[in-house]
Design a binder for this molecule. Sequence first.
Ligand code: SF4
Ligand code: SF4
Length: 186
Amino acid sequence: MSLFSAVRETFVGIKSLFTGMRITLGEAVKPNITVQYPHETLKMADRFRGHIKLVLDPETGKSRCTACNLCVRACPSGCIEVEGMKREGEKKKSVTEYNLDFTTCSLCGSCIEACPSDAIEFSKDYNKVSLNRADFDHMDLVKKLEAEAKVWAETHPSTSAAPAEANPVAPTAPEPKPAAEAPKSS
Ligand code: SF4
Ligand code: SF4
């Protein structure tokens, strides 16, 4: 090997070393992007499709579903069952049961497109785990909505003063009465 080649290879080696160091140090000072799952979870993209869920109307804290069964008819997999009833004084039916067989759902979205009330949507639930098959082939969406409504009622005390609001789809729930400590108007 000539002296010239040896010097050239030395410079190439040093340059390569500094390039590697620059990249390593650059990455070392970047903010940490590791998500400490399951203590932390990622916010799913808007287009993410989890199982379908009943939408909680942010105005009323109740479901918008009128048990019209259009989603049932639109579902190519026959995996939705809906029951509803008309409460006294209401013009439309309210959903009382909404069961999904998630084991046969293809997440096609036909049910969501067919719904005239925007009462269902894809959830962002991506880490569903259970040892119980019924948690998947008989998902009780009304029950899930009730849990959501409970949280909603806690964060909207002025509009959800009545305890009955915690169970927005209960068929026999009496009309909510204003609570004793309704918010004072200024
Ligand atoms: S997403 Fe498709 S397969 Fe799943 S329940 Fe809706 S219509 Fe049925
Ligand atoms: S979710 Fe929509 S389409 Fe399905 S029963 Fe309720 S209102 Fe009708």
